[in-house]
Design a protein around this ligand. Structure first.
Ligand SMILES: [Mn+2]
Length: 323
């Protein structure tokens, strides 16, 4: 048995690249496509450990995800179980919801449990399950952070182009829109996050203000780490388009036009090629076929409600903004 197979406390010695995803059972098929693309595009001479944070997965999901392991990519499941922090997040997510409450699952916050739950790692990469890799994730892991930088993430392209989001971020979140990052792809300095008690700081904010926000986990990240974020090259969190920049390393199907819902969307081939290598392909095809006009209408209404909510919240200054 190789050292690699003996578990993660030794990962530090063997310089394993830890890559985290956070999913519920519904996201398992998309995560599988992302992981499959990772195994195809990673450096075959390095070792990687994909760690899936979840809130309960079916047996079939586990079997299909497990079958994605390769000689140099290990896979591990970690169920996020009860803690005072999780209870606070679940309570916050369960508060009365209105139209435009898009990100209301506790799973969105799991990425910020990583520093506490994985003390054996000093650094880690987090990727959303709606991503596809075109390059080696190890290169993102190798990105150097300056002494005062806690995470590396990319300025959110949707926020720059949608006026309601831009105003919301500038006024309600209180972070200049050209510094506001997307939390879907991050290099995290776990040591620094532990040192500053990131999770505890976030939960304190959640409990103190119970604030109504558009993208809470991401808004808190930007508030807590303002001025301590390295801005990643856009190649690591690229929007799907028919003319992808040549240096694209990762495509993020963020917010709209998910290829498992719609046909004829940019970069759908990248997604389906990756999905083909997973046990979920048939399920995903059926899911897309079942996404009829009525469901598409619902989806569009949800997105419109999210944008409207951002516009409404941008009218008031959030109590979260430090005076
Ligand atoms: Mn995403």
């Amino acid at each position: 048995m190789s050292i690699f197979a003996t578990g993660n406390p030794l990962d530090k010695l063997t310089k394993v690249v830890p890559v985290f995803l956070a999913i519920n059972n519904d996201y398992a098929p998309y995560a599988a496509a992302a992981i499959h693309s990772l195994t195809e595009k990673c450096d075959k001479n390095r070792y990687y450990r994909v760690i899936i944070l979840h809130d309960g997965l079916s047996l079939i999901s586990r079997i299909r995800l497990r079958s994605l392991v390769t000689k140099n990519v290990a896979l591990q499941f970690k169920k996020i179980t009860n803690s005072l922090y999780l209870k606070a997040v679940i309570k916050y997510c369960a508060r009365e919801k209105g139209a435009g409450d898009f990100f209301s699952s506790a799973v969105y916050y799991y990425r910020f449990f990583i520093p506490r739950l994985f003390p054996m790692y000093e650094k880690g990469v987090y990727i959303d399950s709606d991503t596809i890799l075109l390059g080696d994730i190890g290169e993102l892991f190798d990105t150097e952070l300056a002494e005062d930088e806690v995470v590396a993430a990319m300025v959110d392209p949707k926020v720059t182009v949608i006026p309601e989001f831009r105003d919301y971020v500038d006024r309600a979140v209180g972070v200049p829109h050209d510094e506001y990052v997307n939390s879907g792809v991050m290099l995290m300095d776990l040591k620094k996050m532990r040192k500053m008690h990131y999770l505890s700081v976030m939960v304190d904010l959640i409990e103190k203000y119970n604030a109504d926000l558009v993208a809470p986990d991401q808004d808190y990240l930007n508030i807590i780490l303002q001025g301590k974020i390295k801005f990643l090259d856009p190649c690591w969190n690229t929007e799907p388009s028919d003319n992808l920049p040549k240096n694209t390393e990762l495509v993020h199907f963020n917010l709209f036009n998910k290829p498992w819902r719609y046909t004829d969307v940019p970069c759908e081939d990248l997604f389906w090629n990756a999905a083909k290598g997973t046990g979920f392909y048939g399920d995903l095809k059926r899911q897309q076929e079942a996404f009829d006009e009525e469901k598409q209408k619902e989806d569009h209404e949800k997105v419109a409600a999210l944008i409207k909510k951002a516009g409404k919240l941008s009218q008031v200054k959030s109590p979260l903004i430090k005076k």
